[in-house]
Design a protein around this ligand. Structure first.
Ligand SMILES: NC(=O)c1ccc[n+]([C@@H]2O[C@H](COP(=O)([O-])OP(=O)(O)OC[C@H]3O[C@@H](n4cnc5c(N)ncnc54)[C@H](O)[C@@H]3O)[C@@H](O)[C@H]2O)c1
Length: 436
């Protein structure tokens, strides 16, 4: 099939590369000329495991192309995916200006009937608006479908290639059949992985999924705070409740609060949608408020031990990305932590295997960027762990203890066994691991 994917970010680039890998002819479009130039040289603007190989191979074999020329891409394609950003507006609602601008352009360049598929995360009713926008500038027949994306950054290729499910919102049998055959190579594994519904339900499904996951995180963070207050261990409580099949084991890990480009904005957008619809959004509002508080937990724990005045203190931070296996720092809990430490007068020495470049855009030269985890810990009064990168899971603790000025570890991901660390002579503070 001949496809165009408009927007070559985390979602568009991964989708485009994976569709090319299964034999389709794909043109990825972006208005960022610098990004397209880099992609043409097989330079991937984001860190995503496996993506570079996929782009390189499919570009070499002629199935994947990159361009800023939307007009040519639209004209050559039968199916056009929209995968541009939908950042939050001031009031929490999703900013649809990029999606609607692309819809307008697609309409202007249409030369024959097309299927336009929206992959961006958009409020309920956006497919209708995209359809109106296109039809207002062209007489060519257009069918608009919704196909929200569920990939996880850091495991995006795996998620796209072997999805738990593909959600399709359509209003015509033809669109359903086209998308079913496009996705057949990915959904072959059996089960009911290809789920067809109306467009509005598909749009809402994406928000409901992210809101549910965010709710689990905020719930567990609150249980962890209770564990600290009541001297219980969240590690054990998690194992105890996760064994219940109705609850399940996934996504029950307390931590420094959720971040990233999706959960925070999608919960906000859903709250906004509920308010607009006159529906109480109190569960979602609490999830968001609890998360905002949780993002300050590591800073508070550090201050609790070292004092609010951090002048003359050195604090090491391991991990800046909002989660492991990505360089994405959008809404990362590392940001309020580092900003708070700096505001308190501390010197901050950071390490992240992939996100140092993103961090420079945020912290500039106000922190020291260490080349490896041990250099970051050198001479520090505390080591705070924000991101669960594999490289932090089994460090040389003897070496770490010598390097730290004070052997204090504030572990935002509960990577270590508190008892073992205390035996080794560390002061250890986890999340929800009793009163310590
Ligand atoms: N990042 C994720 O993990 C993820 C997962 C699922 C869904 N989503 C959703 O997918 C959408 C895209 O997210 P992303 O993380 O890929 O965003 P991104 O910011 O990484 O990429 C968006 C790209 O679109 C380009 N763009 C914007 N306007 C354009 C235009 N008019 N013409 C051509 N290109 C244009 C931008 O230059 C950018 O490269 C969002 O709605 C997001 O909520 C993201």
């Amino acid at each position: 099939m001949h496809l165009a994917v408009v927007g070559s970010g985390y979602v568009g680039l991964v989708a485009g590369a994976c569709f090319a890998e299964t034999g389709n002819d794909v043109v990825c479009v972006d208005k960022d000329a610098g990004k397209i130039e880099r992609l043409l040289r097989n330079e991937i603007p984001i860190y995503e495991p496996g993506l570079e190989d996929l782009v390189r191979r499919n570009q070499a074999e002629g199935r994947l192309r990159f361009t800023t020329d939307l007009k040519a891409a639209v004209r050559a394609a039968r199916i056009i995916f929209i995968a541009v950003g939908t950042p939050p507006n001031e009031d929490g609602s999703a900013d649809l200006s990029h999606v609607l601008a692309v819809a307008d352009e697609i309409g202007r360049f249409m030369n024959e009937p097309k299927l336009v598929v929206n992959k961006s995360t958009v409020p309920v009713g956006t497919a209708d608006r995209v359809e109106v926008a296109i039809k207002s500038v062209t007489d060519c027949p257009v069918d608009v479908a919704s196909n929200p994306e569920f990939l996880k950054e850091g495991a995006a290729i795996e998620d796209f290639m072997r999805p738990d499910r593909v959600i399709i919102g359509v209003q015509s049998e033809e669109a359903r059949a086209t998308l079913e055959s496009l996705y057949a190579p990915f959904t072959r594994r059996g089960g009911d992985r290809f789920i067809v519904m109306d467009r509005r339900s598909a749009e809402l499904t994406k928000y409901a999924a992210n809101a549910m996951l965010a709710t689990r995180i905020s719930f567990m963070n609150q249980i962890a705070s209770l564990c600290e207050a009541l001297d219980a261990d969240v590690h054990l409580v998690r194992a105890g409740i996760g064994s219940d099949q109705r609850i399940g084991r996934a996504f029950l890990y307390p931590g420094p609060g959720y971040g990233g480009s999706c959960f925070p904005k999608d919960v906000k957008a859903l709250v906004h949608m509920a308010r607009e619809a006159g529906v109480a959004a109190d569960v979602l509002e609490s999830v968001e408020a609890a998360n905002a508080r949780q993002k300050l937990v590591l800073l508070e724990k550090t201050r609790h031990v070292l004092g609010a005045d951090l002048t003359g203190r050195v604090v090491a931070v391991w991990g800046l990305a909002f989660k492991a296996e990505t360089d994405d720092m959008r809404e990362s809990p590392a940001i309020p932590l580092v900003e708070g430490l700096l505001a308190g007068g501390a010197r901050v020495q950071v390490h992240d295997p992939r996100a140092a470049e993103s961090a420079r855009g945020i912290f500039g030269d106000r922190v020291l960027y260490a080349a490896d985890p041990y250099s970051a810990a050198h001479g520090a009064d505390a080591l705070v762990i924000v991101t669960e990168w594999l490289v932090y899971r089994n460090p040389d603790l003897d070496r770490l203890k010598v390097l730290l000025r004070r052997p204090l570890i504030i572990d935002g991901r509960n990577l270590f066994d508190p008892a073992r660390l205390r035996v080794l002579g560390f002061e250890y503070v986890g999340i929800g691991r009793g009163q310590g």
